[in-house]
Design a protein around this ligand. Structure first.
Ligand code: BES
Ligand code: ZN
Length: 612
């Protein structure tokens, strides 16, 4: 029997059978089930004048199906100059290759001919100005306004716009990189950055732990480092460095809490990189070095749950990874859950509960207009932009499923289960089915959580009725105070706002009726200076409320905000509100025309779609 099996393996008949059990990735051309990159060597020069990366990507291969003679990589808007291959790791020869027809979503497949013994291929290439995974900022667009800045954003399928590779979260690779920059700038990557790196324009990186392609990240700028604790620190332009380390000074505590709950932090260091304000996201969980927006640096740690979120991805997402973007709730729902557990431990239950309730409100708002099929946890984004998958459904509905399971099995037991889940699937990419199977075996072997209930969570639209959400006393007090004011029983100055946190303010604004009079708006603004709020969350919530009401005093600060902040979470809803107001629409169009060059290509793409 054993001999027959070996014989089958030698002739390559066995592997395809194994490989066929894994679903392919609808958002990638890569034939990673037949031949896959296991190690990537990047050698790139960063040219700020041409806004171009030039160099090569070397793919060290594992042949899963020895009968296959071609490697298919993903690429988008890349200029390929030469492809070479080696059979012995020493001699390189030119390889035949074909850049296929462009697909609007996936880009172009790059198919490279392999010989039986080919071990590695090198693709020599240049990026183009259309690389939507890169933002090139001129000196004037950086925070310090003295040096240019470059950063990448690979998730979900933009790595292929700056590296030709198998751009699927189903495959994991180790990588090393040699990056050349102007000598006065510092390069950092989602790898082993060192505080003692000499600033000379010639940098080496190594990522010895296998990661999916969307976690490969690079930033170059006039960056400086400041340590916060032995294992945590901040990279930023000088302007932000002190403020950022003060804002993020609890990062080590968060890490200690997560270590306790979910197992030892697996990535050695944890640093944060503060990006210029055009960064289109709040944060991005690039391993060892989360990228974050400066809009969370508020001086009062009020938006710090974002750091807990990106840190949480060190387990949910980076250690155990969704194998396709249809499984994104395995990354984001788990991370919202882990984030909230960290917030409970470090800042206490009341704050964590307020944050959860604000999440749930955002989810409920979305559900009022979401297509039912897309409100399933197991949604299908084949043939669509996977960017669309990242909304409150996987984040908050996913979080609520885990919360429900924790309530059902007990907090301690559920935490232990998650700890074991992270250890069991460490450094693997999995589909939802693998989680379900593991859950059924390890935690639910007695079927006390019914199959039916589980299927409803995964495949039914909307939210189950029987949710047990925490009650927030703080929110209840805010609601009561607001009622008093609306009923004319108390003036605004009498409301007990002195101790309110940003969460209470957000609750207060969310709760306000949508049809306030001009006099009421003026009064709110006079007493609370909401139009002048320097907290981007508060400002955006307030602006969204007052734009439809033609509230003039918002105009100047709103213009200022839209010209200086590129975070999509804020600017997309703001422009949408502006578009919906016929009186303000053409004004918004002008602001957008002015602001657009400063926005990230991904934000530009989304806002162009809005058709202001
Ligand atoms: N992984 C995401 C960032 C992301 C989202 C990349 C969509 C590509 C597409 C990150 O972990 C995240 O979720 N960031 C949130 C903040 C979080 C606190 C919910 C964000 O950017 O707002
Ligand atoms: Zn996330």
């Amino acid at each position: 029997m054993v001999r027959v099996l070996c014989w089958l393996m030698v002739f390559g008949l066995f592997m395809p059978v194994l490989a066929a059990t894994v679903a392919p990735d609808p958002h990638s051309f890569a034939n990673f089930q037949q031949v896959r990159t296991r190690h990537l060597v990047l050698d790139l020069a960063v040219d700020f004048t041409r806004q171009q990366l030039t160099g090569y990507a070397e793919h060290q291969l594992e042949r899963l199906d020895p009968t296959i003679n071609r490697l298919v990589l993903d690429s988008r808007n890349l200029k390929i100059t030469t492809v070479t291959f080696t059979n012995d790791g020493v001699h390189w020869q030119k390889a035949a290759y074909l850049l296929g027809i462009e697909d609007a979503l996936k880009g172009q497949p790059l198919t490279i001919q392999l010989q039986v013994l080919t071990k590695a291929v090198r693709v020599y290439y240049q990026t183009t100005p259309q690389a939507n995974g890169l933002q090139w900022l001129t000196a004037a667009q950086s925070s310090e306004k003295k040096q240019p800045f470059l950063f990448s954003q690979s998730q979900p399928i933009h790595a292929r716009s700056w590296i030709p590779l198998q751009d699927t979260p189903a495959n994991r690779i180790t990588y090393q990189a040699h990056i050349k920059t102007p000598p006065e700038l510092l390069a950092v990557m989602s790898a082993d950055n060192s505080a003692n790196t000499r600033r000379n324009g010639d940098y080496q990186f190594d990522m010895p732990q296998p990661v999916p392609s969307y976690l490969i990240a690079l930033a170059v700028g006039d960056l400086h480092f400041k340590a916060m604790s032995a294992d945590t620190g901040v990279y930023a332009e000088k302007l932000w460095l002190d403020r950022a380390t003060a804002e993020f000074s609890d990062t080590q505590k968060m890490m200690d809490a997560a270590n306790q709950l979910f197992g030892k932090y697996p990535w050695k260091r944890y640093d944060l990189l503060v990006l210029p304000s055009s960064f289109p996201f709040g944060g991005m969980e690039n391993p060892r070095l989360s990228f974050v927006t400066p809009t969370i640096i508020t001086g009062d740690k009020s938006l710090i749950s974002l750091v807990a979120h990106e840190l949480a991805h060190s387990w949910s997402g980076n250690l155990v990874t969704n194998a396709s973007w249809n499984d994104v709730w395995l990354n984001e729902g788990f991370t919202n859950y882990v984030e909230n557990r960290i917030m409970q431990q470090v800042y206490g239950q009341p704050r964590a509960d307020m944050e959860l309730l604000l999440n749930v409100r955002a989810l409920r708002n979305l559900l009022t207009h979401q297509a039912p099929a897309d409100s399933r946890l197991q949604a299908d984004y084949s043939g669509r932009d996977p960017e669309e998958a990242f909304q409150q459904i996987p984040y908050v509905k996913g979080q609520l499923l885990l919360l429900t399971l924790a309530q059902h099995f007990g907090q301690a037991k559920f935490d232990q289960f998650l700890r074991e889940y992270f250890a069991h699937f460490a450094f693997q990419s999995i589909h939802t089915e693998s989680f379900i199977q593991y859950f059924q075996q390890q935690l639910n072997s007695k079927q006390s959580f019914s199959e039916q209930a589980l299927q409803r969570w995964l495949n039914a639209p909307g939210l189950p009725d029987e949710l047990a959400l925490p009650a927030s006393d703080a929110f209840a007090r805010v609601s009561a105070a607001q009622q008093q004011w609306l009923a004319g029983k108390a003036g605004l100055r009498l409301l007990p706002t002195a101790e309110w946190s940003v969460h209470e303010w957000l609750h207060f604004i969310d709760l306000l009726p949508r049809e306030l009079t001009e006099q009421q708006l003026n009064e709110l603004d006079l007493v609370f200076s909401l139009s002048q709020s320097s907290n981007a969350e508060v400002f955006t919530a307030w602006a969204q409320l007052v734009i439809p009401l033609n509230y003039q005093p918002i105009i100047q600060p709103l213009r200022q905000f839209l010209l200086s902040v590129g975070r999509q979470k804020f600017i997309i809803p703001l422009y949408s509100e502006l578009k919906a107001n016929p009186q303000w629409r053409s004004w918004a169009r002008q602001v957008y025309r002015e602001a657009r060059p400063g926005y990230h290509p991904l934000a530009q793409q989304q806002l162009d779609k809005l058709a202001l």
